[in-house]
Design a protein around this ligand. Sequence first.
Ligand SMILES: [Zn+2]
Length: 365
Amino acid sequence: MRPISDEELLSRQFRYEDPESIPGLCRDRPDQNLDPEIVGFYEVRPFGGRAANPDAPYVWCCHCQKPTHWGGRVLKDKTDSTYIIGADCGRKHYGDKFVVIDRAFNDQLARQKLLVRWSDAHAIRDQLLAEIKQVFSDPTWAEIEKKRAELKRVAPDVVYRLKALANRAGSLIVRDQVRDLAAEEQRRQSHDRAVAVFKALSKWEQRERRRDGLAPADLDETPILKDREQNLGPLRGLGLFLEDRDVRAEAIKLRDAMGPIGTISKLGAVRNAEITRTLRRITDAATALRSAFVETAASWRFFEPDHTEAVERWYAGSRHSTIAIDPLSTVYRAGALARIVPLPPRPTYFDPPALKTLLADGQTA
Ligand SMILES: [Zn+2]
């Protein structure tokens, strides 16, 4: 197969929408001894296949000499004649050499797809880098970081535990014990039954049982306790506690991932696997940056009054399961959190257009 440069590959149109109308299409059965080259493909299978499209016509095939397929290859042989052949008929007609050229053709298609994504990434590179720069000049992130440090200073133990909760996007759950009145009532009833049975016995039988230690004991009146679990809702403002998902750190990762992105002509002999790896790194970094934006920008929600109240209840409620005396929690319960000036509400998060485009491209690829 003739080698094609990346620039040419990028501009090539391999897909034929109407293969039978290719100018000069040869309707003969091709000579098997003339080595063909695959120059394109067609894929006209309608949505739902034959069942949903009883009248959709097939495409004519040079091997079958009649319309038999919805998908296949466009071939050109040494005499410059063009043929169309069905997906499986290529192999039937040409044997193993078709398998070899078909594999090479698929490689071309795969590289073309990567080149499209590469040049898309290149097209938005400058804008994206400018957006990343903007992230660094946005005071929001520094403000959140300051607040994070403040919280840590005032109530390190609380922050430590909220961090664990934030890492699994957990809920504020308070566990305590309450009297199980139903169980106590059941215990009383079964005691009454045993007593009634005992009283129905003859005096002699009662004496016998008493002697054998089988008479009903006095009613046990110690309270029966059961565990109670109260869900006070999900922890809000997770971004305050997820330091490893720092917006600026993620922005740096994306900037670094964009490093190799240049023009297609500079790609040279870079292999498909390497291109795939670079593009994946970019998509992953962009996804992480976006979720860091969403999480971090929502940090202010931690300070919503009903939420700080829930956090206080959660912390107080979970104390009995940990060390009883905690001097730092005293600071906390004295209202230290309340003394921290809440972050201002930020109803929308930063959504830079180039980053958005990048993520949209990554999803369709
Ligand atoms: Zn065929």
